[in-house]
Design a protein around this ligand. Structure first.
Ligand code: C2E
Ligand code: MG
Ligand code: MG
Length: 496
């Protein structure tokens, strides 16, 4: 450094400050680069994340925009509920391995121009240039087959369900956000309807908007100010649940007729809405809690009134949703409803779906103990559809298993279903649990069930769900006939 340079530096009073700023800047740039690297890669699978997806979609759209007649597909893959159950139930290494394997399985099917992203824990997104129509269908068949292969661990294997939805660029959206939103709506609809694949179509948007409208009106129907008028819009139907002592030809002799309470929403404009449409909305919004409370009081009061009038041992089953079951005051609500009557608690059965029971087995055991203390019976609904471990089954204080109607509907033609049902009969007998087959529609199916040793039935063959008075009339007639139900004599078209 010559004397003039030295003089200039000494004359610059900001030199130190500038050097410091340059250093800070370099550190900041390094930090930003590090952060970018972090948010670019999903640690469980090593795949690019949502952050990368947005950048790459923009680049793809820009590139395609310059070509004539170019198009590409965005495909969203959502892992089903049983992935969540596995994550909550088993060691985290198991769910991490499942995610890693899923990523590898998808990647193994991709061409050189296809891209994969792991956007949310249970969601993968693909950009597939040039794949549409027949080629997309062929790709999907292989993909769905590959995703449906079991994940094998020591001692057991797990099949993870997946639903997929797709949208085409530019047909279903020119902009990144519209395209992604529409693919998401298609995937959401596939998940809701338990379909392997749905391609976006504008009607899906309409039903998504309808869902929001329905959500708003359920909020209005159950909000605090309307709580005391809840009975104006919601009513209970009752479906007979019978336990048989013999089946000869079409003559079913029954020991007991109970009722399962099934809710219906009488919407002021839309008419009757079935629970499969609004219970998930009530769950999402939390409104299931006031609705469920109302329901429990209704059921207990009805049962009390019926018992006083008929002086016999009618029982009622009440469905509890997952959120209701896990709510702090669930058992207390039932206890205080029972306390206002002189009812024997064992005449109440609570039905919990298999999925809600096995979501968190440790918490489930504690909650079930609180319900058992009350003396009510506990039934596992829709058994066979979720992921459940039989070792947990005998750890819970259960009284009854209801075989899901999926296994019953084709019992006469499907050997696989017969094998499953036969083994459920053996398990239930071994554990001393009552067994009820749901959705019995055909006499053939009932005969097979009877021969296997399953004696509890519910389904349209016996009766559809009925308004309270019709249920009582049905029961009265069966009692008057000497506890006999003639299976072809009951019209299967009444009720709802
Ligand atoms: P679930 O508890 O498994 O109830 C049985 C469902 O199967 C009822 O549908 C019933 O109408 C229908 N079903 C009965 N027999 C047959 C048959 O032979 N064939 C066919 N195809 N279907 C039959 P629903 O009333 O639409 O209820 C659907 C689900 O909604 C119920 O399934 C239950 O999970 C839920 N749900 C109903 N009422 C309530 C409630 O009060 N609270 C809660 N949390 N959930 C409820
Ligand atoms: Mg049920
Ligand atoms: Mg069921």
């Amino acid at each position: 450094m010559n004397a003039i340079e030295q003089q200039t530096i000494q004359a610059d009073p900001w030199a130190d400050e500038r050097r410091k700023l340059l250093g800070d800047n370099a550190r900041l740039e390094r930090r930003v680069a590090e952060l970018e690297r972090k948010i670019s890669v999903q640690p469980q699978t090593g795949l690019p994340t949502h952050f990368r997806l947005e950048l790459e979609l923009d680049t793809t759209i820009e590139g395609m925009g310059r070509q004539k007649d170019a198009s590409f597909t965005v495909l969203i893959i959502q892992l089903g509920d049983n992935y969540t159950v596995v994550r909550k139930t088993l060691k985290s290494s198991v769910s991490e391995w499942i995610l890693y394997q899923t990523g590898c399985r998808i990647e193994s099917l991709l061409g050189p121009d296809d891209r994969i992203f792991h956007t949310r824990e249970s969601e993968f997104v693909l950009i597939l240039p040039g794949l549409a129509g027949k080629a997309l269908n062929a790709f999907l068949r292989t993909l769905i087959g590959k995703l449906g292969e079991p994940h094998i661990f020591s001692g057991f294997n797990v099949v993870i369900q997946a639903a997929t939805g797709a949208a085409y660029w530019p047909l279903h959206g020119r902009e990144r956000s519209v395209l992604l939103h529409n693919a998401d709506i298609a995937a959401g609809t596939a998940t809701e309807n338990k379909k392997a694949f749905i391609l976006f179509r504008p009607e899906l948007l309409k039903s998504a908007v309808e869902k929001i409208e329905l959500q708003n009106s359920i909020i209005k129907a159950i909000e605090r100010s309307a709580l005391d008028r809840i009975g104006e819009q919601f009513i209970l139907y009752f479906q007979p649940k019978v336990f048989a002592s013999s089946l000869e030809g079409n003559i079913l002799k029954v020991e007991r007729i109970e009722a399962e309470a099934l809710i219906r929403w009488i919407h002021p404009e839309k008419g009757m809405i079935m629970p499969s449409t609004f219970i998930p909305l009530a769950e999402e919004t939390g409104l299931i809690l006031p609705l469920g409370k109302w329901l429990i009081y209704q059921c207990v009061r009805k049962l009390d009134a019926w018992t006083r009038a008929s002086k016999d041992d009618l029982g009622i089953s009440i469905n509890l949703s997952a959120r209701q079951f896990r709510s702090e005051d669930g058992p207390e609500v039932l206890a205080s409803a029972l306390a206002s009557t002189g009812l024997d608690p064992s005449r109440i059965t609570i039905e919990l779906t298999e999925t809600s029971l096995f979501e968190d087995p440790t918490a489930t055991a504690t909650i079930l103990k609180r319900f058992s203390k009350l003396g009510v019976r506990v039934s596992v609904d829709d058994f066979g559809t979720g992921y459940s471990s039989l070792s947990h089954l005998h750890r819970f204080p259960l009284d009854e298993i209801k075989i899901d109607r999926l296994f019953i509907e084709n019992l006469d033609s499907n050997r696989h279903d017969r094998i499953i049902v036969r083994s459920l009969v053996t398990i239930a007998k071994g554990l001393g649990l009552a067994l009820v087959a749901e959705g019995v529609e055909k006499l053939e199916a009932m005969k097979i069930l009877w021969d296997m040793g399953c004696t509890g039935y519910q389904g349209y063959l016996i009766s559809r769900p009925l308004p309270a008075d019709d249920f009582l009339a049905f029961r009265k007639k069966v009692i008057a006939d000497g506890m006999v139900i003639r299976l072809d004599s009951i019209s299967p078209t009444q009720g709802a």
